[in-house]
Write a protein that binds this ligand. Structure first.
Ligand code: NAD
Length: 489
C-alpha cells in the first residue's frame, strides 16, 4: 500500500555530472499538480547552457570509458542495483508521479514504478547475455561484427507515463554503455530527476546519466540540435516528432528515433468469443490513465448486429470510471495532466457534438477535488470517418464508436489513419483473425484481448506513429553502432 500521508519535499534542480544544480541563468518554472492545482515546487528552467553542460559531462564520461569500459558483468550488477533503488523508493516515486501528473496512486505504484524497475532490471540482465557475431565470409579472413555504444544519447519524453517512458529509453541506452542526457516533459519532470539520483546511488558514475528539465523549445530543441549528441530518442506527439527528424538532419545527422501518436482501431466482430471481455477491454483500455495513452484503442468498430448489446454493457461499466481523488487508493481514473490538456479534451468533446456524433456517456467536466483537472469518461456513438474525433488523437478519456457490416471495409477504415501504432481484433474465427491482423497497418495487433504488454516485445508504430522500436532486444539497435573488423588469419 502506498503511504500517501507523508508530505514530500521536491527538488526541481537539474542533475548534471552527478550534482544537483540550478539552471545556469537561475530561471525556474512552477510545477503545478493537476490533482488540486497546488504548486509542488520550482523546477530549473533548462536552456542551451544547461544542455551544453550536460552534454559535455556525458561526453567526458563516455570518452574516459568510466561506464562503457566497465566489464559487462559489473555494468549488469549496477543496473540491477538501480532497479532495486526504484523499488526501495516505490512509495515516494508513486506519490510523486501522482501529484505531478494526476494518475491514480494505486496504478502509479503497481504499474509505473514496477514497470520502470522491471525494464531497468531486464536490460541490466541482458548486458552479459548478448553476443556479437562472426560473418560467414568467403575467404579465410575473420570478419567480427560487434555492437558499440553510439556515445551521448539525448532523450526527450512526454508526461503521460513519465517514469516508464524514460525507463524504456534510458535502460537500453545505459545498458549498451552510452551516456544519457534526459529531458523530461515540463508537465511532469519530478520523477525523472529522482531517477538520476537513484542511478547515482546505485553506482552509475557521475556524468553518465544527466537530467535537464525545461520546455521543449528551450531545452528540447538544443538537445536535438546539439552537434555533440550522437543519437536523439524521442517520445511525444507526431507534430514535434517530425521536427526532431528535421533537427537531427539539420545538425550532425544524429540517429533519430521517434515514438509518436496513435488513433488505434479496435474491431469487434459479431463472433467475438467473449463479449463481456471485449467490452471490459474496450472500456478499460480507453479510460486507463485517463485516456492519456498513445496506444489507447480510441476508435471502436463494432459489427452492426451486436452494437446495441455491446454499448448496453459498456454503459453499465462507465460509472466505475468516474474520476476520483488520485490519492485515494480506490480511484481508477484520476486527473488530466493540466488545464491546457483538459481544455484540449473538452474542445474535442465539443467538436464531436457539433459535428453530429451521438454523446451517450460523459462529456462534462468533473470535480472530485477542488482546483484539479477532471473530465468524465466519455463515449460517442454514431461516429463517421470524416469527423474530427475519428481522425485526430485526443489523448483523453473519449471513445469514438463506429459500426460496420463488412470485414474488408472495416479493415480499410481501420487503416484510414496517418497513425499505425496498435490495433485490436475480436473474433473466434482463426482465419479471419489472422487475415485481419496481417492486413492491419500497425506495430502491434492484439487478438481477442487488448491489454497484454511485456518488456520482451517491441513497441512502436507504422506510418506517422514513429520510427524505431522501444523495449525488447530490438531497442539495442537504437543505441548501438554496428562495426565490422576484418582480421587476416
Ligand atoms: P509533445 O510532443 O508536446 O512533447 C513531448 C516532449 O517533447 C516534451 O518533453 C516536450 O517538452 C518536448 N518538446 C516539445 N516541443 C519540442 C521541440 N520543439 N523540440 C524538442 N522537444 C520538444 O507531446 P506530449 O504532449 O508531451 O505527449 C503526448 C504525445 O506523446 C501523444 O501524441 C502521444 O501519443 C505520444 N506518446 C507516444 C508514445 C509511443 O510510445 N508511441 C508513448 C507515449 C506518448
Amino acid at each position: 500500500m502506498t503511504d500517501t500521508s507523508t508530505p514530500l519535499k521536491f527538488d526541481g534542480r537539474a542533475v548534471i555530472n552527478g550534482e544537483r544544480v540550478a539552471a545556469r541563468d537561475g530561471q525556474t518554472f512552477d510545477c503545478i499538480s493537476p490533482v488540486d492545482g497546488r504548486v509542488l515546487t520550482q523546477v530549473a528552467r533548462g536552456g542551451q547552457a544547461d544542455i551544453d553542460a550536460a552534454v559535455a559531462a556525458g561526453r567526458a564520461a563516455f570518452e574516459d570509458r568510466r561506464w562503457s569500459g566497465m566489464a559487462p558483468a559489473q555494468r549488469k550488477r549496477v543496473m540491477i542495483k538501480f532497479a532495486d533503488q526504484l523499488l526501495a523508493h516505490a512509495d515516494e516515486l508513486a506519490l510523486t508521479e501522482t501529484l505531478d501528473m494526476g494518475k491514480p496512486v494505486k496504478y502509479a505504484r503497481s504499474v509505473d514504478v514496477n514497470s520502470a524497475a522491471n525494464c531497468i532490471r531486464w536490460y541490466g540482465e541482458a548486458v552479459d547475455k548478448v553476443y556479437d557475431e562472426i560473418a560467414p565470409t568467403p575467404s579465410n579472413s575473420l570478419a567480427l561484427i560487434t555492437r558499440e555504444p553510439v556515445g551521448v544519447v539525448g532523450i526527450i519524453v512526454p508526461w503521460n507515463y513519465p517514469m516508464i517512458m524514460a525507463a524504456w529509453k534510458i535502460a537500453p541506452a545505459l545498458a549498451a554503455g552510452n551516456s544519457v542526457v534526459l529531458k523530461p516533459s515540463e508537465k511532469s519532470p519530478l520523477t525523472a530527476l529522482r531517477l538520476a539520483e537513484l542511478a547515482l546511488a546505485a553506482g552509475i558514475p557521475p556524468g553518465v546519466f544527466n537530467v535537464v528539465p525545461g520546455f521543449g523549445t528551450e531545452a528540447g530543441s538544443p538537445l536535438a540540435l546539439h552537434m555533440d549528441v550522437d543519437c536523439i530518442a524521442f517520445t511525444g506527439s507526431t507534430r514535434v516528432g517530425k521536427q526532431i527528424h528535421v533537427m537531427a538532419g539539420q545538425s550532425n545527422l544524429k540517429r533519430a528515433w521517434t515514438e509518436l501518436g496513435g488513433k488505434s482501431p479496435n474491431i469487434v466482430f459479431a463472433d467475438c468469443p467473449d463479449l463481456d471481455r471485449a467490452v471490459e477491454a474496450a472500456v478499460g483500455s480507453i479510460f486507463f490513465n485517463q485516456g492519456e495513452s498513445c496506444n489507447a484503442p480510441s476508435r471502436l468498430f463494432v459489427e452492426a448486429s451486436i452494437k446495441d448489446a455491446f454499448l448496453e454493457k459498456a454503459l453499465k461499466l462507465v460509472p466505475q470510471y468516474q474520476p476520483g481523488n488520485p490519492l485515494d487508493k480506490g480511484t481508477v481514473m484520476g486527473a488530466i495532466v493540466d488545464q491546457v490538456q483538459l481544455d484540449n479534451v473538452m474542445r474535442y468533446i465539443g467538436l464531436g457534438q457539433s459535428e453530429g456524433a451521438n454523446l451517450i456517456a460523459g462529456g462534462s467536466l468533473a470535480s472530485p477535488v477542488a482546483g484539479g483537472c477532471y473530465v468524465q469518461p466519455t463515449i460517442f456513438d454514431g461516429v463517421t470517418p470524416q469527423m474530427t474525433i475519428a481522425r485526430e488523437e485526443i489523448f483523453g478519456p473519449v471513445l469514438a464508436v463506429q459500426s460496420f457490416t463488412d470485414a474488408a471495409d472495416v479493415v480499410k477504415q481501420a487503416n484510414n489513419s496517418v497513425y499505425g501504432l496498435q490495433a485490436g481484433v475480436w473474433t473466434r474465427d482463426i482465419n479471419k483473425a489472422h487475415g485481419v491482423a496481417r492486413a492491419l497497418r500497425a506495430g502491434t495487433v492484439h487478438v481477442n484481448q487488448y491489454d497484454e504488454d511485456d518488456i520482451t516485445v517491441p513497441f512502436g508504430g507504422f506510418k506517422q506513429s514513429g520510427v524505431g522500436r522501444d523495449k525488447s532486444l530490438h531497442a539495442f539497435d537504437k543505441y548501438t553502432e554496428t562495426k565490422t573488423t576484418w582480421i587476416r588469419i
